[in-house]
Write a protein of this length. Structure first.
Length: 474
């Protein structure tokens, strides 16, 4: 990057000429301005999310980043921040750094108005000077007064960057503002241009939102008529994540080398974890009945020095045969594999018979296809549903499985009939463990996990919850 970007068309003065009115800046913003001032001897401006929050006068705003626009000395910025440089975008004349826990962008553009004109959401494009003066060269302050989300020249900008449609959704859900009429119309008309490739960054920003805000995004998408477009993006993104997940690949390759074959299906939690971005803990492997010889598999395990065990906790170097459901479980390469034979695997039937929706995906390792990929939408938006809701209660181990997933996966929500059934089933757990003392170890699957405390709060609000908590803590 050049030390300083000098262009004949210096538009800093054009911004200064668009002076509006002053506002009081929070102390941290003043401090950020003071820090940034050492890298230019000209006027410069704050814009973006922090400027927007200052202008809207949010109560107790949380600032995450600072976007400064001006004719900065990039060389001085890089030398000053050293190891705290996040990245340098030569094409955008930007240096991104870490400062006091914040991300700070120094955008070295003397053509400030052009830079703003080429951006999108108007609520992020009113500038603030060091003394708190607002500058509005694009005349976007009326959008603040209207408290709506607007992109000027929306059709042209959506066609140039379809990811901006998702930015509109995110801003609307984040701020609770409606979308301006023409912007909303163009969101719908241009939504078919969206692909995983051209919306990757904007889609990831949506998926990083809190569950409450993600739910609002879905509501806004439904209002705009583009919920199906968003759904398709999420499903395709999930398919690509499954194909590209390195931990999933390693787990599959380890089993292929061990068995000397690859004609199997991966189901359940490993696929769910790959979609979320977790490291798979275990692999549920299915072979079609005619292709799996259990005796041969057992012989292979024995030849590797593994020993059969009756301990379902599966100590290392052992394998366990569950004769009730014809599953062989073993520990290999740091992973647990549960191998079973099934009748020809029917994706529709599998979805209906698996315990919960988020475990209903299937990966055909022969064709490298993700089957029941539509269920990844529920995984991404953390919607946990029982596959069979035509019942009043579910058995204890299924309840435990639901609670285990809630304790390990951030933000899983139970809704409607599923919530009702799980609540009604909580009281069955203590009696089940008293009658089956050999299964008492299973209680550990929901204790000591990242979100165990949240699960305990859920249990306490269910009938019989106090007794279950006492048992879990004993």
């Amino acid at each position: 990057m050049n030390q300083r970007i000098d262009q004949p068309n210096n538009q800093i003065q054009e911004v200064l000429d668009a002076k509006a009115y002053p506002i009081e800046l929070p102390d941290v913003v003043k401090l950020a301005f003071e820090m940034a001032s050492q890298f230019t001897d000209e006027e410069f401006f704050l814009f973006g999310s922090t400027a927007r929050k200052c202008i809207l006068e949010d109560e107790n705003p949380e600032f995450n980043d600072f976007d400064f626009l001006g004719n900065f000395d990039a060389k001085k910025v890089i030398e000053y921040f050293g190891d705290n440089i996040i990245t340098v975008y030569d094409h955008f004349r930007t240096v991104k750094v870490r400062w006091n826990g914040y991300a700070v962008d120094f955008i070295g553009r003397p053509d400030a108005v052009t830079a703003l004109r080429n951006s999108d959401i108007s609520l992020s494009l009113v500038c603030i000077g060091r003394d708190g003066t607002l500058y509005d060269p694009m005349n976007y302050l009326p959008d603040f007064r209207a408290r709506h989300v607007k992109i000027h020249n929306a059709r042209e900008r959506f066609q140039r960057d379809p990811g901006r449609i998702l930015r509109v959704l995110r801003f609307s859900s984040d701020l609770g503002f409606p979308i301006e009429e023409i912007t909303a119309k163009e969101c719908l008309e241009q939504s078919q241009l969206m692909t995983v490739e051209n919306t990757e960054y904007a889609l990831n920003q949506i998926l990083d939102l809190s569950n409450e805000k993600k739910t609002r995004v879905l509501e806004v998408a439904e209002e705009l008529g583009i919920s199906e477009n968003l759904r398709n993006l999420v499903i395709e993104r999930s398919r690509l994540k499954v194909l590209e997940d390195i931990n999933l690949k390693i787990g599959i390759e380890t089993l292929e080398k061990f068995l000397g074959r690859s004609d199997f299906f991966v189901t359940g939690g490993a696929l769910r974890d790959a979609v979320i971005g977790y490291i798979p803990r275990d692999f549920d492997i299915k072979f079609e009945n005619s292709t799996l010889d259990f005796d041969e598999l057992i012989m292979t395990l024995n030849n590797l020095g593994m020993a059969e065990t009756d301990d379902v906790r599966l100590p290392e170097g052992t394998y366990y045969i569950n004769k009730y459901v014809n599953v062989i479980s073993f520990y290999l390469g740091g992973k647990v594999y549960d191998v079973a034979a099934v009748d020809p695997l029917n994706p529709t039937l599998w979805e209906k018979t698996t315990d919960v929706n988020i475990n209903g995906m299937i990966f055909d390792n022969t064709t490298k296809e993700l089957l029941n990929g539509h269920l990844s939408y529920d995984v991404v938006f953390r919607k946990l549903k029982l596959s069979d809701t035509d019942i009043e209660t579910i058995d204890a181990l299924k309840v435990l499985n639901v609670l285990k997933m809630m304790s390990r996966i951030d933000g899983l929500t139970l809704e409607g009939r599923t919530l009702e059934i799980v609540r009604n089933s909580i009281a069955n757990l203590p009696s089940y463990f008293r009658q089956n003392p050999h299964m008492r170890y299973r209680r550990r699957v929901i204790t000591g996990n990242t979100f165990t405390r949240d699960v305990f709060e859920f249990i306490m609000n269910c009938p019989g919850g106090t007794e279950l908590i006492s048992f879990l803590e004993s």
